[in-house]
Design a protein around this ligand. Structure first.
Ligand SMILES: Nc1ncnc2c1ncn2[C@@H]1O[C@H](COP(=O)(O)OP(=O)(O)O)[C@@H](O)[C@H]1O
Ligand SMILES: [Mg+2]
Length: 368
């Protein structure tokens, strides 16, 4: 088990103008499950490769249990990686694939066999041990790839989009399985994904990255309730948060087609600003009958997407389109007029000039 620390770690690839990773700071707890999430090209893989020792960082320090491992080659870092491509050896059986790294380390036959069998039992792949990779499904291959990492009993697991090649159903199953495994083994893990649902469901803490920079490092619930900026607010949550430009007049903010009274906490969070960006998550918008509501949006339905347990609608309000999640039994047809409302304490506020959050839905955002 291990505590991994990245101190002001940066990486510039030779000839590149921009840093691929820029001032990355993170200290894990022992046995923590950390997720790195962000759009393609934001520096997730580069960060993992630096922790693994496959790429050298240009600046900063990487420590494992307090020891600077900068000069330590990958093979001596006691870290096991699982990649998107399973990279199993095609000519070896599952048993040989799983035992290979132990053989390199000159473990005895009995030891290897014992560890491989134990790991196979954990993963439920005992019956596959004598097959070759070509005779396995994608999900089985991914399990073997995990097994190859687990069998080494490393201090740290690095998993870089390990489920991306699996179909949607299998991905959901495997993600639960990896969480269970982590619970069982308690090994410090870095898990990379570009899928925010995977990040939210798996991570104890999640680092949301953009252009090489950590935007926010927090548990899932904080990312959802108190995103630090517009990027994180739009990235976490599906479908994305709705954003509406508004002007401030005392404790009232108004935009095209809507106006709402702020409570004291939100009002004081705005300070002297004359303009704000209002954020509302689709799941917080409800259809309502027009009446004495303070906050309401009146528009026409443009898109209807029944999902089963609920229905997603897109509603044109003036020159913006709002996404809302309504009950599956509520009637909704393209062209229907609709009134949407939202509780005023479920409104997020941002500064349109800096994109920084002024208020989350549990009150004021911490400034990071
Ligand atoms: N070997 C490399 N040489 C030069 N640039 C690279 C190399 N690998 C990645 N990059 C660049 O570094 C940035 C981060 O890439 P990467 O870490 O692979 O992102 P992610 O895994 O989040 O998609 C990107 O702009 C990418 O083009
Ligand atoms: Mg990558």
């Amino acid at each position: 088990m291990a505590i991994v620390e990245l101190r002001q770690v940066s990486k510039r690839y030779p000839g590149a103008e921009q840093l691929a990773v820029d001032d990355f700071n993170l200290v894990t707890k022992d046995g923590e499950f950390i997720v790195l999430v962000g759009p393609s090209g934001c520096g997730k893989t580069t960060t993992m490769r630096m922790i693994a020792g496959l790429d050298r960082h240009t600046h900063g320090q990487i420590l494992i249990n307090g020891r600077d491992v900068s000069g330590v080659p990958a093979k001596d870092r006691d870290i096991a990686m699982v990649f998107q491509s399973y990279a199993l050896y095609p000519h070896m059986t599952v048993r040989e694939n799983m035992g290979f790294s132990l053989r390199l380390k000159r473990y005895g036959k009995t030891d290897i066999s014992k560890r491989v069998n134990e790991t196979a039992a954990i993963l439920g792949i005992e019956k596959l041990l004598d097959r070759r990779p070509k005779d396995l499904s994608g999900g089985q291959q991914q399990r073997v790839a995990l097994g190859r990492a687990i069998v080494r009993q490393p201090q740290v697991f690095l998993m870089d989009e390990p489920l991306s090649n699996l179909d949607a159903k299998l991905r959901v199953d495997m993600r639960a399985e990896i969480v269970k495994l982590h619970h069982q083994l308690g090994v410090t893990t870095f898990y990379v994904t570009h899928d925010q649902i995977e990040a939210m469901t798996m991570g104890q803490r999640i680092a949301v990255m953009r252009d090489g920079v950590i935007q926010q490092l927090d548990p899932p619930n904080s990312l959802y309730k108190k995103p630090v900026n517009v990027f994180v607010a739009g990235f976490i949550g599906t479908p994305s948060m709705n954003f509406l430009a508004a002007i401030v007049d005392g404790n009232r903010v108004s935009g095209k087609g809507f106006s709402l009274l702020l409570d004291d906490a939100k009002h004081s969070a705005i300070g002297e600003r004359a303009e704000v960006l209002v954020g509302i998550r689709p799941e917080h918008l409800h259809s309502a009958t027009a009446g004495a509501l303070d906050l309401k949006f009146t528009g026409a339905i443009e898109v209807v997407e029944p999902v089963g347990s609920f229905t997603m609608i897109q509603v044109r309000v003036g020159d913006t389109v709002l996404t809302a999640q309504i009950g599956s039994s509520e009637p909704a047809k393209i062209g229907d007029p609709v009134v949407l409302t939202c509780q005023s304490n479920q409104i997020y506020l941002f500064d349109p000039r800096t994109d920084l959050a002024l208020s989350g839905i549990d009150g004021q955002s911490e400034t990071h």
